[in-house]
Write a protein that binds this ligand. Structure first.
Ligand code: PLP
Length: 359
């Protein structure tokens, strides 16, 4: 007899690891292309000597460093094993079975899975025609079962960006008992247009106790492999998060690496300039070749290829470039090094055009 597990898990797809294409360039996971700085590697190597001990479950040093850097009191900061685990903890602290979690769709693929695993109901609100959050429709989707809303800004995978004013108005319209998570995993890649006001979650959270800001060391800080992210929230929310937190899940190497990376923040953030310049170059080349490509504020571009997405992805992989395919919806390409981006552009402006239905 098969051991019994929850029947509702049948409706949740099992994790399918990305196929590997040996030797291919990987533009699939929004990682940085450069490894950790020498100072960060050294700190990790030094910390290895203490691995016989449990990590500091309160992440005292890391939270103090974040507090200093962000100008936020320590009691408003929680860390997690990647910010995806903080997303999970937020569902756990807000939702009983059948409570509702609202998010835009398409957005981060983890949201519906996390909601379903917690027994909550995922409420997907379709994006606007230009691939951004439909904030009005998200407000209209609120019911008396709504407990949590995710707003991914910039949005993964479409790259769309909400401005400060529209986001502030939205937050003011959400009932104060509903927690709103502003997922800012790509915050460091945002470059507001001249005269445009940057939507900084930390500012928007001031005076709004239901707003939680999520950020991560996985993207611009280049530490995807070591798993550490953080939340800035009302102290009551931070306390609740600590209650559902898997003990010691932010390991000591991760804490050390994050502290060392904050110390090198200037150098690490300077790297985003090159990515942003490449983003604009690749965007322009794709538009020139006839693609529809929404403006992106993150380190990736979205190609809304619909039914053509899977074939485009397959052919790109054969040509040596692994992208992220969202079957029936689109293809996401991470901005890598110039030579990697050139390899992608060779494909996209050549063989890829026919597959994308252009010309
Ligand atoms: C990558 C990503 C995260 C966080 O990833 P972690 O590695 O778990 O910190 C969170 N939200 C979005 C939208 C992301 O794309």
């Amino acid at each position: 007899m098969t051991p019994q597990t929850r029947p509702d898990l049948e409706s949740i797809p099992a994790y399918v690891p990305g196929r590997s294409f040996p030797g291919a360039v990987k533009l699939a996971s929004n990682e940085t292309t450069i490894g950790p700085l020498p100072s960060v590697r050294e700190a990790i190597a030094d910390a290895a000597a203490g691995l016989n001990r449990y990590p500091d479950n309160s992440a005292t040093e890391l939270i103090a460093a974040l507090s200093e850097r962000l100008g936020v009191p320590t009691e408003q900061i929680a860390v997690g094993c990647g910010s995806v685990s903080l997303c999970q903890e937020l569902v756990q602290i807000t939702c009983d079975a059948g409570d509702e979690v609202i998010f835009a769709w398409r957005s981060f693929e983890a949201y519906p899975i996390i909601a379903a695993v917690a027994g909550a109901t995922a409420v997907r609100v379709p994006n606007t025609a230009d691939h951004g959050h439909d904030l009005k429709a998200m407000l209209a989707a609120i019911t008396d079962r709504t407990r949590l809303m995710f707003v991914c800004n910039p949005n993964n995978p479409t790259g769309s960006l909400l401005g400060k004013e529209e986001l502030a108005q939205f937050l003011d319209a959400v009932p104060e008992h509903i927690v709103v998570a502003l997922d800012e995993a790509y915050f460091e890649y945002v470059r507001p247009e001249p005269g445009e006001d940057l939507a900084d979650g930390l500012e928007l959270a001031e005076g709004r106790r239901n707003v939680v800001v999520l950020r991560t060391f996985s993207k611009a800080y280049g530490l995807a492999g070591i798993r550490v992210g953080y939340a800035v929230a009302d102290p009551s929310v931070v306390t609740a998060l600590s209650k559902v937190h898997t003990p010691f899940s932010v390991n000591s190497l991760a804490q050390t690496a994050a502290v060392a990376s904050l110390a090198a923040a200037t150098e690490l953030l300077a790297r985003t300039e090159g990515v942003v310049a490449e983003r604009e170059r690749v965007h322009a080349a794709l538009v020139e070749a006839g693609y529809e490509v929404p403006t992106s504020a993150a380190n990736f571009l979205w190609l809304p290829l619909g039914e053509r997405s899977a074939a485009f992805f397959e052919a790109a992989a054969e040509a040596g470039v692994v992208l992220r395919n969202f079957t029936g919806e689109g293809t996401r390409v991470t901005i890598g090094d110039p030579h990697e981006n050139d390899l992608f552009l060779d494909f996209a402006t050549g063989q890829g055009r026919a597959l994308a239905g252009i010309g």
